[in-house]
Design a protein around this ligand. Structure first.
Ligand SMILES: *[C@@H]1O[C@H](CO)[C@@H](O)[C@H](O)[C@H]1NC(C)=O
Ligand SMILES: *[C@@H]1O[C@H](CO)[C@@H](O)[C@H](O)[C@H]1NC(C)=O
Length: 292
């Protein structure tokens, strides 16, 4: 008697926990639409894995079903291994229209054994030119790593495996537009950019290595505010959750430890910073650079 009750409760526990796992995994069937690539983008393993591929005929891409107005959004990526020179894997938030806002991660491939460049940019109202580039402190093709965008009304923080690599602060008080009035969607694509991506375009894509494949898993938008175009309002799921601190990210900033980690990345891993490029801005560096 007791043992059959135990078996029943074990069974129920298994069912409940597999439902919880399915709900937490950020199932790609529920969260994204494949938008191009004619079968080159694939959702696999019951929605837990997504792969993009690129060959000589085409790349591929997907976008989130939701639009967001602020959020902390995580994705794990494993980049094209081996000779990925000429390829670019882009993962970004963007709004629409000619005055669009955009928050970019772009991974510029390289020859086997040479480092990827992680290229970042922030566009507000159609204006970008705010590039910062980094070498990563690990091989991004060997395993999955988490790339996160925290976007709240005061700042944008780019993080890699929880380490902040870039902060873009709201500098509206200096006349710099900040992305905060247009909802954005997640987009990602794998494409050929061998006219500029690797050593400035000197190294071309080697199509004998095609197809090139990048993989995605564990998309997490639980801490993002989903935009509803019918009500022109966003709702942040965790305000109704049990944790009263669930929306701390909405006013979050870097604590001292994370400021130190950001400085460490700037010192050791940053290879280009537009705020350091006075030749490019002979009239003076962009105003937000004085806040950094
Ligand atoms: C590729 O490797 C070269 C040589 O190691 C390096 O200079 C360059 O920054 C790397 N990345 C890209 C995307 O060109
Ligand atoms: C900043 O500028 C200095 C001087 O031009 C240069 O040596 C350095 O590499 C630059 N650093 C970055 C991250 O661009």
């Amino acid at each position: 008697m007791a043992s059959s009750v135990d078996k029943l409760s074990v069974l129920l526990l298994l069912i409940v926990s597999s439902l919880v796992v399915a709900a937490c995994a950020g199932n790609f069937y529920d969260k994204v639409d494949v938008t191009w690539g004619d079968g080159r983008a694939k959702i696999l393993n019951n929605g837990e894995l997504l792969t993009l591929s690129l060959d000589k005929a085409s790349g591929s891409g997907f976008q989130s079903k939701n639009e967001y107005m602020f959020g902390k959004i995580d994705m794990q990526l494993k980049l094209v291994p081996g000779n990925s020179a000429g390829t670019v894997t882009a993962y970004y938030l963007s709004s629409k229209g000619s005055n669009w806002d955009e928050i970019d991660f772009e991974f510029l491939g390289n020859l086997s054994g040479h480092p990827y460049i992680l290229h970042t940019n922030v566009f507000s109202q159609g204006k970008g030119n705010r590039e910062q580039q980094f070498y990563l402190w690990f091989d991004p093709t060997a395993d999955f790593h988490t790339y996160s965008i925290l976007w709240n009304p005061q700042r944008i923080i780019f993080s890699v495996d929880g380490t902040p690599i870039r902060e873009f602060k709201n500098a509206e008080s200096m006349g710099v537009p900040f992305p905060k009035d247009q909802p954005m969607r997640i987009y990602s694509s794998l494409w050929n950019a061998d006219d500029w991506a690797t050593r400035g375009g000197l190294i071309k894509t080697d199509w004998s290595s095609a197809p090139f494949t990048a993989s995605y898993r564990n998309f997490n938008d639980d801490n993002a505010c989903v935009w509803s175009s019918s009500t022109s309002a966003s709702s942040c799921s965790s305000t109704t959750g049990s944790s009263s601190n669930g929306n701390a990210w909405l006013s979050g900033e870097l604590d001292t430890t994370n400021q130190e980690r950001l400085e460490w990345v700037k010192t050791n891993n940053m290879i280009y910073n537009y705020c350091n490029d006075s030749n490019r801005f002979p009239q003076g560096l962009p105003p937000e650079c004085s806040m950094a």
